[in-house]
Design a protein around this ligand. Structure first.
Ligand SMILES: NC(=O)c1ccc[n+]([C@@H]2O[C@H](COP(=O)([O-])OP(=O)(O)OC[C@H]3O[C@@H](n4cnc5c(N)ncnc54)[C@H](OP(=O)(O)O)[C@@H]3O)[C@@H](O)[C@H]2O)c1
Length: 312
């Protein structure tokens, strides 16, 4: 299986290309390379600052017949400074305009936190808005309206825990279709993944390689003995083992790369079939090591705490 299914039958391809920290001058080639070798899912966000270049690459791909619009799944995300309901449509249309698209396949609320309108970065607590001022369900209702207008096929959230998913669904009456969260062998979040699956919320695994802080250092998950043994057994790379593990948990994975050979290597993880023992060995690597802690919103005198974001 190489897709997850939405309740209306639409497909979410299991493998996607991540674009966070892909520099504007690199992301254009990365997206074209990815499409040429078979990726049909690109993960974008307003705050990554590279949607214009991704839009140029998509236009090139469409006009040169590399792929048709309806054959590729494009995600973007609403940034924290555009949570005010009247800002949601403006922000989404900016992403659509930059990506040169008429519609998105998926629009996600990037984080369960709000900044004051116009404050793209929060340097002090004054830049933050509380969730009493801009409740998540008001932002969510405005996103659902974008779906009703046909500007996105699906809507979802990112960095939501079980309590926040429950509250959003209860307050608005409309459940997110996707939750995009950090997932890799050092941070497996089994309870959250199981909750989402049993509530028909599709899960996308971000930082599936542990992000640059792990993969590029000697702390890397790829150096784990069991990962190396599994890679040797299947005659594949360690990173392919990590991606195959994510996909076999029925989560879509969105590894970021701007390097052609690594873009291909990551896609080829789709042909790696891990067995039950491999999955069990990898499950033992869990160490609760969250890389994206959201500390950029934890500011002196502010509304947000680490526990409030992740645990409450
Ligand atoms: N929703 C959210 O809040 C959120 C947060 C974080 C990330 N994301 C999304 O998830 C995507 C992936 O997460 P991520 O970028 O944090 O981390 P990641 O995909 O786990 O790791 C990316 C790093 O791995 C390197 N890499 C990629 N393929 C490799 C391979 N085969 N062998 C060795 N190194 C490899 C990349 O370098 P090269 O480019 O040089 O290959 C880059 O440094 C993001 O790009 C973004 O789209 C979403």
């Amino acid at each position: 299986m190489n897709i997850l299914k939405f309740s209306n039958g639409d497909n979410l391809p299991l493998m996607g290309l991540g674009t966070w920290l892909s520099k504007p001058n690199e992301v254009y080639n990365a997206v074209i390379e990815a499409i040429k070798c078979g990726y049909r899912h690109i993960d974008c966000a307003y705050i990554y600052g590279n949607e214009k270049e991704i839009g140029d690459a998509l236009r090139f791909a469409f006009t040169n017949g590399l792929v048709k619009r309806e054959e590729i799944f494009i995600t973007s995300k609403l940034w924290n400074s555009d949570h005010a309901p009247e800002r949601v449509g403006i922000s989404m249309r900016k992403s659509l305009n930059d990506l040169q698209l008429d519609y998105l396949d998926l629009y996600l609320m990037h984080w369960p936190v709000a900044f004051k309108t116009g404050h793209e970065q929060a340097k002090t607590a004054n830049d933050l808005a509380s969730l009493d001022e801009i409740p998540l369900e008001l932002t969510w209702n405005a996103m659902v309206e974008m779906k009703n207008l046909g500007l996105t096929k699906h809507v979802g959230v990112s960095n939501f825990n079980i309590a926040k998913l429950n509250k959003l669904s209860a307050d608005s009456g409309i459940k997110p279709e996707v939750n995009q969260v950090e997932l890799h062998p050092y941070f497996q979040q089994n309870e959250l993944v199981e909750y989402c699956h049993s509530n028909e919320i599709l899960v996308t695994a971000y930082s599936p390689l542990g992000s640059r802080h792990l993969i590029k250092t000697d702390e890397g998950i790829q150096l784990e003995k069991s990962i190396q043994e599994i890679a040797a057994k299947h005659k594949c790379s360690e990173t392919q083992v990590m991606l195959a593990w994510g996909m076999q948990r029925n989560t879509s994975v969105i590894p970021k790369s701007v390097n052609s050979s690594r873009i291909i290597e990551n896609l080829e993880a789709m042909s790696v079939q891990l067995d039950a023992d491999d999955m069990h060995q990898i499950s033992k690597l869990e160490r609760g090591q969250r890389m994206a802690k959201g500390l950029y919103v934890v500011l002196p005198g502010g509304y947000y705490t680490y526990e409030g974001i992740w645990e409450k």
